[in-house]
Design a binder for this molecule. Sequence first.
Ligand code: HEC
Length: 164
Amino acid sequence: MKWLLPTAIILIVVGLVGVIVFNYYSFTPSQPGTVRAPFRGPGAIAQGSFSSNGEQIFFTGTSSRDTITVTGGPFWFQMHDGGCANCHGPDGRGGTTVMMGRFIAPNITYKELQKEGFNNDLIKRAVTRGQDEKGGTLSSNMPRWHMSDQDLNDAIDYLKTLAP
Ligand code: HEC
């Protein structure tokens, strides 16, 4: 039984290190000017293989024109980054259970957004300021994106190519 105390101490130390690492990743805010890493998860497409900038933004959250930064979103998103597809699905239709099943992202194909009352300016407002079509606040699971108007237009053009 003389190993019991050392084992307990080791477990406590490991636990504390885990908590520190977890806090570091969950509460480090996104820094302006940070280049976000492309999405590397399943279904990732190598950068450079996109047929448009809008498609690249949709899948990776990065732009070939400008630096895109992002704040908010759930814990795993802040750690791994990614694009619209990570939550809204590769076809933009949402509905799929997102990692750990905490929330379901809505359909953001252009026709569907139009049906709900969004126009281009309101889509831009949703993406950059997290407001729905009526001006209400979207949940913080939807990250707030800081991207140029040109990038927003490219992303919207890509949403138009998705079947509703
Ligand atoms: C980390 C997950 C996540 C990512 C990444 C993400 N979204 Fe969202 N988005 C959400 C969730 C969740 C909602 C719904 C929030 C709510 O209803 O309060 C949402 C809502 C929206 C809405 C409003 C739709 C509606 O019907 O109200 C638009 C538009 C939108 N997202 C566009 C985008 C675009 C464009 C991107 C990529 C640049 C993107 N989102 C990336 C999770 C995400």
